[in-house]
Design a protein around this ligand. Sequence first.
Ligand SMILES: *Cc1c(COP(=O)(O)O)cnc(C)c1O
Length: 343
Amino acid sequence: MIDLRSDTVTVPDQGMREAIASAPVGDDVYGDDPTANSLEERVAALFGKEAGLFAPTGSLANQLSIRSLVSPGEELLAETNSHIVRAELGAAAVFSGITTRTWPAHHGLLKASDALAIARPESGPYLVSTTAIAVENTHNFGGGTVQPLDQIQELHAGASTLGLHLHLDGARIWNAHVASGVSFTEYGKYFETISVCLSKGLGAPVGSIMLSTKERIAKSRVWRKRYGAGMRQIGILAAAGHYALDNNIERLSEDHRRAKKMALALAAIDSTLIDPTTVQTNIVGLDLAALPISAAELAARCKAKGLLISALGPKYARLVTHMNFDDAQCDEAIEILKIALVA
Ligand SMILES: *Cc1c(COP(=O)(O)O)cnc(C)c1O
């Protein structure tokens, strides 16, 4: 089976397994795990932040971040199809009493003025006050969209004027960096809190890191334990993270190249499926609106021929390239999709 459902389906290679096996470990609830500590410091330094906190999932890293920025009864603004709003099962409301309000963006592409236009800080006794804005880079459901640096800068300037915090959902910030050439410290400058995933394109089995100030991270460490995610010898997981940072960032360009190749081949079959110029990273979102086939039907036809893809909407299918998907499989996937689309 070729599996393009997500970049989370990768399995650790031999080198990563060896790094895991030989990691020095200790009890992280006591702060004694040297490998977790060094990973948190390393990722924080990479983004120019004071401190980091290992989390088992990106959802938790996002949730710890936004709860540190937004008080109960206040609101977080986010794009309509952002992961925080659509794919975290209402966690911001359930755990933190945070309400969200959204602005829509084509392909998830950030337009700072659209986000700022709905911000209502210090709304007084009748309306919900806005406290923070979240940006997703790259944008997952938008099709791996890289957020333009000038829009991030404009959002930052506007948010500062309004007294609002910014959070970066950087689950795939690695892909954004490789595609744009913008440094991690540059991205880091504009956000009070950041979450990054080690288990997406970087290929670690588990792990995300929350980044912020020492003070926010110290408080978030308490909340992580309160949520039941105080973990013990997590150096075995952090070692995979170190290995991923050492070996798997630059190679993301291969995933991007294969995604582009698939997009070009699919656009050649039917140009309404995808505009290849929108494929900047490792995600190919297929719009089936003009075709007499549902996303679920396309996924079923592909599966019968040995290719797994995601049906994320009635007429929206998603392919995600990753480190366990090579050039030969890319050609095979294109052939399977061609047959499935015209059948
Ligand atoms: C995957 C992902 C996350 C975190 O997901 P987990 O499954 O909780 O690790 C957060 N944001 C985005 C944009 C993602 O794609």
